[in-house]
Design a protein around this ligand. Structure first.
Ligand code: SAH
Length: 493
């Protein structure tokens, strides 16, 4: 039997990008992951498909596991020979009860590793532009739990002493007792007009903050409606220039955006939207599927050197062509040295470059009509043209080239299939701020996946489309197009 072990992994404060490299490796190889709430859904996608994922937190219809049950589950997993990861918010040892888990595991002779995480105590202020120490302003920071009632005599927290320490005070779990804590600190000698701030759900799309004097902070928190999880920071660093709040200046912070692209292709759009501060809801409406090879595909692969013009209309078409070539024992050398290679847009050109082929022509408008415009000066009469494409692609391009005398061969290499969307994702998508579409086929699939709830999309989220063809498909489906990208590509969107 293999020997089990347990790794405690700090998940960081919420922004999935703040997981450590070692934490990621551990998640990728775990057999069993026991995770807390605190916005870790994104991180669980790193786990193996066959890993068992167990939530230790409260969920609808289920109570949270007790610490004892968690300890028992970790021991049982490791003793069954499994690699167990215990994923905890922030840092496992900062108010995370990680110490108790290590104590239990070591007591049972189980091998333990601890991967520190970025604690919310420093990350939430950092995203709000507040350094916890600053030369000439604060030479220390103290992280304290606000869980203990400062009006009770028997607490472990010496609020008087904390009031007298001149540095920064960072309060976790303090929202429920913020008034009593403020009173205790002022009574202990903190100036009532000392700067303070509260940061809710720091580093996440739900990040919000307020700044006020220590005296006024509880009222400002109530006015703004901030609630847990949140940290409170008290000290002169909270009075530094509010313009340092870089994260809060992101244009889409607090906005939710639905990405309907196929999951395999969503990552660039998703990453760019997140970088703008948006909460991204991936609700893939389509899936790209390679089609089984046909005799035409086999012939085209053999005769590839005879084509004088090859027009790639999508990155999927590029992959499909090179997959087909590879299965016939070929590679980029199969193209005629003198052939003109056209990519319909920069993403297609980039994919070609990955396969070692440089596009000679990239049109200014990234639609089929744009390709035709880009080829106006190209002699086409009697020339052999190959178009690797999606099944049921619009015939505009092939017809336009034939009209100019070209001998056109289209190759259907892949198809887009409608993907069912889960009810929970439909709910989130219909209440989001923006709905993005990157192809007409995605619009049709998305609307059909909505079924009888399609009407809710009409005056629901604002629709943003990648270009005119997609916009037309959206209007045909009864949607109102709020904005259209220009240029018609992902950066434009
Ligand atoms: N181990 C965690 C803390 C667990 S205690 C860490 O190192 O961050 C839970 C408390 O952490 C919450 O009540 C809140 O005060 C704070 N917290 C956790 N995530 C937060 C976030 N994203 N923004 C603000 N506070 C957060």
């Amino acid at each position: 039997m293999s020997v089990g072990r347990v790794t405690l992994v700090g998940a960081g404060p919420g922004d999935p990008g703040l997981l450590t490299v070692r934490g990621r490796e551990a998640l990728e190889s775990a057999d069993l992951v026991l995770y807390d709430r605190l916005g870790t859904a994104e991180l669980l996608r790193l786990c193996r498909d066959d890993a068992e994922l167990v939530s230790a937190a409260k969920a609808p219809g289920r109570v949270a596991m007790t610490q004892e049950q968690i300890n028992d589950a970790l021991v049982a997993g490791a003793e069954a020979g499994r690699y167990v990861v215990r994923l905890k918010g922030g840092d496992p040892f900062v108010f995370g009860r990680g110490g108790e888990e290590v104590e239990t595991l070591v007591g049972r002779g189980i091998a333990v590793e601890v991967v520190p995480g970025i604690t919310s105590a420093i990350a939430a202020p950092a995203y709000a532009g507040i350094p916890v120490t600053h030369r000439g302003v604060s030479t220390s920071f103290t992280v304290v739990t606000g869980h203990e009632d400062p009006t009770k005599a028997a607490t472990q927290t010496d609020w008087d002493a904390l009031a007298r320490v001149p540095g920064t005070l960072v309060l976790l779990m303090g929202m429920g007792r913020i008034e009593a804590i403020r009173d205790a600190l002022i009574a202990g000698g903190r100036p009532p007009d000392q700067p303070a701030a509260c940061i809710q759900r720091g580093t996440t799309p739900g990040h919000r903050s307020v700044r006020a004097s220590l005296r006024d902070l509880p009222d400002r928190i109530a006015d703004a409606g901030l609630g847990p999880p949140a940290i409170v920071i008290i000290g002169d660093v909270a009075g530094l220039d509010p313009d340092w709040a870089w994260f809060e200046q992101r244009p889409l912070l607090g906005r939710s955006v639905v990405v309907t692209r196929a999951r395999a292709q969503a990552s660039e759009l998703t990453a760019r939207l997140r970088a703008l501060g948006a909460e991204v809801i991936e609700a893939p409406a389509i899936r790209v599927e390679a089609l089984p090879p046909t005799p035409e595909v086999a012939r085209a692969c053999e005769e590839l050197h005879e084509y004088e013009l090859v027009v790639f209309t999508s990155a999927n078409g590029v992959d499909g062509m090179f997959d087909a070539l590879a299965s016939h024992g070929g590679d980029a050398r199969a193209f005629d040295r003198g052939a003109t290679v056209v990519a319909a847009g920069p993403a297609t050109a980039a994919r070609l470059a990955r396969h070692g082929l440089r596009a000679d022509i990239v049109p200014e408008r990234f639609v089929a009509e744009g390709v035709l415009e880009a080829l106006v000066d190209e002699p086409l009469e009697g020339r052999r043209v190959l178009i690797p494409q999606a099944a049921a692609a619009r015939p505009v391009l092939a017809e336009g080239l034939r009209a100019r005398g070209a001998e056109v061969q289209t190759l259907d290499l892949y198809a887009t299939r409608t993907e069912p969307i889960e009810v929970a994702d439909i709910d989130r998508a219909l209440t989001a701020d923006y709905l993005t579409f990157t192809a007409g086929s995605t619009v049709r699939s998305f609307v059909s996946a909505l079924g009888d709830r399609a009407a809710e999309a009409v005056d629901g989220p604002r629709v943003v489309s990648i270009g005119p063809i997609t916009s037309a498909a959206a209007r045909d489906a009864g949607l109102v197009v709020h904005a259209e990208a220009d240029p018609h590509d992902i950066p434009g969107l």
